[in-house]
Write a protein that binds this ligand. Structure first.
Ligand code: MRU
Length: 351
């Protein structure tokens, strides 16, 4: 088997000439539009409006946002600027824990560093977070591909590719690597209402990587799984609690229940930075409620009956008992998850 490829043929997130560079995910797949963000407010807005999205990619972007704040601060004001920016950025999205994890990493790196050195240290820390994400994705892709038998038909939900991690991707990184190894026959990508990350972004990324797929309506997943048309389900995560309960894009729980009923594996691929030791179980995970207009409209056009209201929880929580295994850069965790997660968070590899 040849070495893993260096990365995707596009750059989702980067530090570029003193700015935070993003491939605008709201304009894909119609156009590849690059944003160069010059202020912390622009970075915060890009995260809130999902120009960048996906838990690890949000974390990398937020880290660069702190580096940007530090680079713009007046002499003697770098630490204060970093703290103010961390507070602005942490308020953008509540569920993905990588956001706060990355902000804390940069804040810890600059703690005690003289103000005159703090901007350079913040940038070094942000670049290191990004590089660590790329390495984590590579390791997880290798570990995850080893779980898939030849001829696999994989169902996935939301978007978990390079766009979502700023590396190789989490669940989609596994799928792309397994396809490269000849193990994946076909992919079914849930369209992922209401923001359609599957139809817009996963479809685009699978095309970029030459992987054969069909987009399916979210409501088709259960019957295709129970009808033996799927051999494995694999998704990403926005936050994994200490007991293995997993928050991911709304609709994930239905896939997990169907996989359990059909007796096929349901894998969650996520970097260790997505595991949150301070959240004991799923009921403590805050679930982002987004604008009801996302449900009532499609592509900016009203589709619901006039006067109809909507609920729009952006994530759901899959209980740990429905997860067959977690795929991480520290290896594959199987139940009981609590001890495996605790070991990984202490920096020890899976046994
Ligand atoms: O609201 P989003 O699009 O940021 O949600 C993203 C997801 O739920 C992804 O599946 C998750 O972050 C895993 S990304 C590697």
């Amino acid at each position: 088997m040849s070495a893993l490829p260096p990365g995707p043929p596009y750059v989702p997130v980067a530090w570029h000439q003193g700015r935070v560079r993003l491939l605008d995910q709201t304009r894909l797949p119609e156009e590849s539009f690059t944003l160069d963000l010059a202020t912390v407010e622009e970075v915060a807005d890009a995260i809130s409006t999902m120009r960048v999205r996906g838990a690890p990619a949000i974390g990398v972007t937020a880290a660069y946002g702190l580096a940007l704040a530090a680079s713009l601060a007046p002499a003697g004001g770098v630490h204060a600027a970093i703290e103010a920016a961390a507070s602005t950025l942490s308020a953008t999205r509540p569920t993905a824990v990588n956001l706060r994890w990355a902000l804390d990493r940069v804040r810890t790196a600059v703690a005690g560093v003289p103000d005159a050195r703090a901007a350079a240290t913040a940038l070094e820390a942000a670049l290191a977070i990004h590089e660590a994400q790329r390495e984590a994705d590579r390791a997880a892709a290798t570990a995850g591909a080893a779980l898939l038998p030849p001829g696999s038909v994989v169902l996935t939900h939301c978007n978990t590719g390079p766009l979502a991690t700023a590396g190789l991707g989490s669940a989609l990184g596994v799928v792309i690597e397994a396809y490269r190894q000849g193990l994946v026959r076909h992919v079914l990508a849930d369209e992922t209402r209401p923001r359609l990350q599957g139809a817009r972004l996963t479809a685009w990324e699978l095309q970029q990587h030459g992987v054969p797929f069909d987009v399916i309506a979210d409501g088709a997943a259960a019957s295709l799984i129970l009808g033996s048309r799927v051999t494995v389900a694999i998704v990403g995560a926005d936050r994994v609690a200490a007991n293995g309960d997993t928050a991911n894009k709304v609709g994930t729980l239905g896939v997990a229940l169907a996989a359990h009923a059909a007796g096929i594996p349901f894998y969650v691929a996520a970097p260790i930075s997505t595991f949150d030791p301070s959240t004991p179980s799923g009921d403590a995970i805050p679930i982002e409620e987004r604008d009801p207009a996302e449900v009532l409209e499609a592509g900016g056009v009203r589709i619901a009956a006039p006067g109809a209201s909507a609920l729009n929880p952006a994530f759901d929580v899959t209980p740990a008992r429905l997860v067959t295994a977690f795929v991480t850069e520290a290896g594959v965790f199987r139940p009981p998850f609590g001890p495996a997660i605790a070991r990984a968070l202490r920096g020890e590899p899976a046994p």
